[in-house]
Design a binder for this molecule. Structure first.
Ligand code: GRG
Length: 293
């Protein structure tokens, strides 16, 4: 393992330690709910979004210690979206992060409520643990927009509505910019805010995140087509069964892969002004298109 991979593993472990602490509730939280929350959040995810928060903070000269609340909050919102996406009313999946989905392991009502509970918890953590009230307010505002009706939720609604309908590349991009890229872009943005970065730095990182988010989605589509269920820890070949139009369906696999790499190359160019502090972000961007899960 190279030095960066070791640092990344160490930071992932720290994110998981924080998540573990944040998922111990005072009296009043029903035991089954706590169990479902810990089961879903502490399952072996890649933790891409929290790592992006930490690395964006570092690229802007901030302390990663100040970025952990926002990093964990993003992971909690992301996990809620996965739990709800897996429900019978949406993708109806049995496997997530290598384990039975939350509604399979528990029951539908518990899965819906566990997802619901993660949303206020994310904002509670930012409000209580950020390094200043101003940083907390700015993080909450950005995260609320990214997770809200025009971005994550709106993108998901349009994605569900588009099933079994013809779509062009522009529509596909509009859906994925909102459903997938918004949460990745906001991770970069929150990292910048926790580091008290300039607005130019924050916007540049956000743009980097949008490109990276699209590259991530294209890779996800390719892995759905070519990946293995055991490695991915989730059902594969499901996009076709669900009638979803994907990048490989529109562009073919080779051009999709070319586009993903192009987006990553373009996004890396945006980081030129950040100097050596952005090296971990560059490596993570390359990982997004070379990953096998
Ligand atoms: C329910 C509001 C709502 C939104 C759901 C997250 C999502 C939107 C759908 C999941 C389906 C999907 C394939 C989305 C595109 C890419 C994506 C978000 C994959 C999952 O993220 P990873 O690979 O997951 O980072 P881990 O488990 O590693 O955290």
């Amino acid at each position: 393992m190279d030095e960066l991979a070791i640092n990344m593993a160490a930071e992932r472990a720290l994110v998981e330690e924080h998540l573990d602490r944040y998922l111990k509730f005072p009296a009043g939280c029903p035991e089954r709910l706590q169990e479902a929350l810990r089961y879903s959040v502490l399952a072996p995810g890649k933790r891409l979004r929290p790592l992006l928060v930490l690395m964006a903070a570092r690229a802007c000269g901030g302390k990663t210690a100040d970025a952990f609340p926002a990093a964990c909050a993003v992971e909690l919102i992301h996990t809620y979206s996965l739990i709800h996406d897996d429900l019978p009313a949406m993708d109806d999946d049995d496997l997530r992060r290598g384990r039975p989905t939350c509604h399979r392991q528990f029951d539908e009502a518990t899965a819906i409520l566990a997802g619901d509970a993660l949303i206020p918890l994310a904002f509670e953590i930012i409000c209580r643990d950020s390094s200043s009230p101003e940083i907390a307010a700015r993080c909450c505002h950005q995260l609320a927009i990214a997770a809200g009706a025009t971005q994550l939720v709106g993108g998901q609604v349009d994605d569900l509505a588009a099933q079994f309908h013809a779509m062009d590349l522009e529509k596909l991009e509009q859906i994925h910019l909102r459903k997938t890229a918004a949460m990745i872009a906001v991770s970069l943005s929150l990292g910048a805010i926790t580091a008290s970065a300039t607005e130019v730095q924050r916007e540049t990182l956000e743009k980097f995140g949008k490109n990276l988010g699209l590259a991530f989605q294209i890779t996800d589509d390719l892995l759905d087509l070519q990946g293995e269920e055991v490695k991915m820890g989730k059902r594969v070949r499901k996009d076709r069964d669900l009638g979803k139009l994907t990048y490989p369906a529109v562009l073919g696999s080779q051009d999709s892969s070319r586009l993903a790499n192009l987006l990553v190359d373009d996004s890396i160019k945006l980081l030129e002004g950040f100097g050596d502090g952005a090296e971990p972000l560059i490596s993570l961007a390359r990982f997004v298109v070379s990953r096998s899960r």
